[in-house]
Ligand binder design. Structure first.
Ligand code: XMP
Length: 512
């Protein structure tokens, strides 16, 4: 990517490494994260204007902890060490690190030197956020202590002449009162960046690069209707128009009308070839009599790729294969559940008999919020750009037990009413995710004067930042009441509505 200024976040295993990168990008400075195992020659070749060492869970004085050659501090590139990164910088240059009797954790008052460029514009005392046990007991030669707290004699140190700065606290978390100002000072006053990385320039540069790379060849993209593949499709459409073919496999397990919205968007608003494969019947026939959630997931996943790759095999060869991979998919790969979920969607394993001349991942350097900004600028409808997370197996995991066309339809109708009420009330903006579930439980009710024995609908709505943990949303009773009576009145075969008040953990967001 042709960006003038780039910053490197060298990752030593800290839990906030992505947050640091996002904070840098928020200031319109392009930044990438590389692991601490990256060779120095690559870093030298990267043309970075500044380097940030992240925090990490280790103790620098242990041999097995991640270290780096001290030559990195001699490249003439300013370096900011954060937490573990700060201790590492001290350790690399001969300072002393010790283990404190107790951990310093949480919001702490710090006194910072007004003469430090890093703390320019800050009051003498401010709140910073600490999370450490080890501390720098003696800074290396040439370094001055530039901030302290009651229990941390060296909350920050610097050798301004060499462009080396270190902070024991975490400027990237919002609890650090002037954290953004400190990062801004490092980037603009110390590294001298311009801050000209904006989404418009990303789009223009990426479109130009894609045109050059693709030339006159074709590109095929698997479109799921999710945010990432939709934005990738819009970007590729702008770059190469009809040379792009999007293949949309509709298993009939999306929410009501969503398949049509995807088709409408990409056939009317964007220039491309759009292929929709409707295969609900085929999918349902494979799931006949299957109630086990894992088995359902397996069948839906296997069938999806079978249909997709059969289509590719039959109609496309050579040219490029495009994917909606985004930055977190790459840096998280191999770590835990979230990565597996993403891999399922975005980084597809191609069968060996299918060959393309190359793989294109136009969003591979962007975070989700940046992908959304690009989507908005490219003119994608709001409902696609701001779409909530949606499981790969779709409503297949929200229809509990056996999935049939009738049951999918009941759920789609109930879910539609829920979405309509959330939208009308404006409450949707307060929720991270909400949906209806068909638990497959029948209950007795009374309608008019007659006894009913019909389906139950459960409403799930959560607030969360990261989906690793989530709270059930405290939806106002009157809104819940309207949702309940509308679902019962408008959706055939439903006579009862319940609200799921389980947080995660112990529950998961989805029911299956
Ligand atoms: P759970 O149910 O694990 O869900 O608490 C956490 C988040 O992940 C979404 N989810 C999926 N996303 N493929 C996906 O792309 C899947 O198979 C899948 N399963 C769950 C879920 O909707 C929630 O946002």
């Amino acid at each position: 990517m042709a960006v003038s200024d780039r910053i490197l976040v060298l990752d030593f295993g800290g839990q906030y490494n992505q947050l640091i990168a996002r904070r840098v990008r928020d200031q319109h400075v392009y930044c990438e994260i590389l692991p601490w195992t990256t060779p120095l020659c690559d870093i030298r070749a990267g043309g970075y204007r500044g380097i940030i060492f992240t925090g990490g869970p280790n103790s620098v004085y242990l041999q097995e902890s991640p270290h780096y050659t001290a030559e990195i501090l001699e490249l003439g590139i300013p370096v900011l060490g954060i937490c573990y990164g700060a201790q590492l910088m001290a350790w690399m240059l001969g300072g002393a690190i010790e283990r404190a009797p107790g951990r310093e954790y949480g919001r702490v008052e710090m006194t910072a030197s007004p003469n430090s460029l890093l703390f320019s514009g800050l009051p003498e005392t401010s709140v910073c956020w600490m999370s450490h046990t080890d501390y720098i007991s003696r800074p290396p030669e040439g370094f001055a202590v530039s901030a302290r707290t009651a229990s941390c004699p060296c909350a920050a140190m610097e050798d301004a002449a060499r462009g080396l700065y270190a902070v024991q606290f975490h400027p990237e978390v919002t609890h650090s009162e002037f954290g953004m100002q400190i990062l801004h000072n490092f980037l603009f006053l110390i590294c001298g960046v311009k801050g000209d990385w904006v989404m418009d320039s990303f789009i223009d540069e990426t479109v130009a690069r894609l045109r050059e790379e693709i030339g006159a060849q074709g590109v095929v993209l698997g479109l799921s209707g999710g945010v990432d593949s939709s934005v990738a499709a819009a970007l590729l459409s702008r770059a190469v128009g009809k040379q792009l073919t999007c293949v949309f496999v509709d298993q009939g397990l999306m929410r009501k009308d969503e398949g049509d919205i995807v088709e409408h968007t990409f056939t009317r608003l964007f220039d491309m070839n759009f292929v929709r494969i409707n295969c609900q019947e085929k999918f349902l026939s494979h799931m006949k009599g299957v109630a086990d959630p894992e088995e359902k997931r397996r069948i839906i996943g296997t069938e999806f790729y079978k249909v997709f790759w059969d289509e590719i095999r039959a109609r496309y060869s050579g040219g490029f294969f495009a994917q909606g991979t985004i930055y977190p998919d790459r840096i998280e790969s191999g770590k835990g559940d979230a990565a597996t979920i993403k891999t399922h969607h975005n980084q597809v394993k191609m069968p060996e008999d299918i060959r393309f001349s190359g793989v294109i991942e136009p969003l591979k350097d962007l975070f989700k919020d940046e992908v959304r900004r690009v989507g908005e600028k490219l003119g994608l409808p709001r409902e696609l750009v701001w779409r909530q997370p949606f499981p790969g197996p779709g409503l297949g995991v929200r229809v509990i037990g056996e999935v049939t066309a009738e049951r999918v339809k009941i759920l789609q109708e109930a879910d539609w009413v829920l979405r309509d009420e959330m939208k009308k009330s404006g409450y949707e903006s307060q929720l991270a995710q909400f949906f209806a579930v068909l638990p497959g439980v029948k209950t007795v009710g009374v309608m008019g004067d007659a006894r009913t024995y019909d389906e139950l609908i459960a409403i799930r709505a959560v607030t969360t930042d990261d989906f690793m943990t989530a709270d059930w949303a405290k939806i106002p009773y009157d809104l819940l009441g309207r949702i309940s009576s509308r679902i019962i009145n408008e959706v055939d075969h439903v006579n009862r509505v319940v609200y799921d008040i389980t947080s995660k953990p112990p529950g998961t967001v989805e029911w299956e």
